[in-house]
Design a protein around this ligand. Structure first.
Ligand code: SF4
Ligand code: SF4
Length: 314
């Protein structure tokens, strides 16, 4: 099965290797950009391949890859000229449609070159960022087949959603590129932080006000400006860095010591060793212990924040 998936992955298109570059001005990464990893590929390469319930998750992995392929294929539906500004009225329509499909949290941001993976490129640098909640009950069982199943299902579901919303935006007159969560073109965590959806926690994933680290992220890029939309949260999440330095619960409970202690808040490279993570992740098809044990998952953002500032004032 792994061999088949690796072959499928090798066939996956990337924008910078397609002939789209002949007709569009691609935006390329810069020398600060990091290589983009596809979760499915990392798991297949380093994950041990011993999952006893892969029959439940492999179909979702395959469907996720299909959604990546579709996101590139649908680019041909873009018109020659599109709207140049995302209006608040259209943003509300887009948001309502995405909410109907299950998205819970939105923000807008500019894609900076260093966010683009060094082995990718994007068509447009204005982004709407989407976050999809993963089921609480399933993640609380981690490491368990239900948690793993929920992780892979969420990747697939959000990929399908951004492709649908992208086509909806096209029908409203925008030129867009959907970027599904697995195999996406940019670092969604830094993009989501720029959209003020939350702060990057010690685990290297976004901690949001809504569900802490229990979410998946994706985006839609457009050439229509989003900078005039005053829709981002005004919450100041910067205190989470100090909280993480004191907490370190994810570091202590990770079964493969994959999470770096006191990870630098500016350097994602030093937060997690993906090769070490891949083994428990692969053998349980999604591990997620670090998400489960994070106090933001257990107690919720508001309670943690209240306790943190109370302890500082004593
Ligand atoms: S998913 Fe599991 S193995 Fe990977 S970092 Fe989290 S706790 Fe560690
Ligand atoms: S478990 Fe603690 S250190 Fe790790 S991300 Fe959550 S709050 Fe931060």
């Amino acid at each position: 099965m792994s061999i088949i998936f690796n072959q499928v992955h090798k066939q996956m298109p990337k924008l910078n290797s397609l002939n789209y570059k002949d007709s569009y001005d691609l935006i390329y990464p810069n020398d600060k950009s990091k290589e983009g990893l596809v979760v499915t590929s990392v798991i297949l390469e380093y994950g041990g391949g011993k999952s006893t319930f892969a029959y439940r998750t492999y179909p979702y992995m395959a469907r996720s890859m299909f959604q990546v392929k579709k996101s590139y294929k649908d680019l041909k539906k873009n018109k020659q000229v599109g709207k140049k500004i995302v209006t608040l009225k259209d943003f509300e329509l887009i948001k309502n449609y995405a909410q109907l499909l299950g998205v819970m949290h939105f923000g807008v941001a500019k894609v900076e070159k260093e966010m683009i993976f060094s082995n990718h490129a994007v068509l447009y640098d204005q982004a709407i960022v989407f976050s999809l909640e993963m089921d609480k009950v399933a993640i609380e069982k981690a490491p368990h087949k239900d948690a793993g199943h929920e992780v892979e299902k969420s990747y697939y579901k959000l990929g399908k959603i951004v492709n649908k919303v992208a086509n909806y935006m096209r029908s409203l007159g925008y030129r867009v590129q959907a970027s599904p969560p697995d195999g996406g073109d940019v670092n969604f965590v830094t993009l989501a932080k720029a959209a003020n959806l939350g702060e990057i926690g010690n685990i290297g994933i976004l901690i949001s006000k809504v569900v802490g680290p229990r979410q998946r992220l994706a985006a839609i890029f457009t050439d229509a400006s989003v900078s005039e939309l005053d829709v981002n949260s005004k919450e100041d999440y910067s205190w989470i860095n100090d909280f993480c330095i004191k907490c370190q619960q994810c570091v202590r409970t990770c079964p493969s010591q994959a999470i770096f202690e006191n990870a630098s808040k500016d350097n994602l490279d030093k937060r997690i060793d993906y090769k070490k993570c891949a083994l428990p992740y692969g053998t349980t098809q999604g591990c997620s212990i670090c998400i489960k044990v994070c106090p933001f998952s257990i107690h919720g953002y508001d309670r943690i924040k209240k306790g943190f500032f109370k302890s500082k004032s004593i």
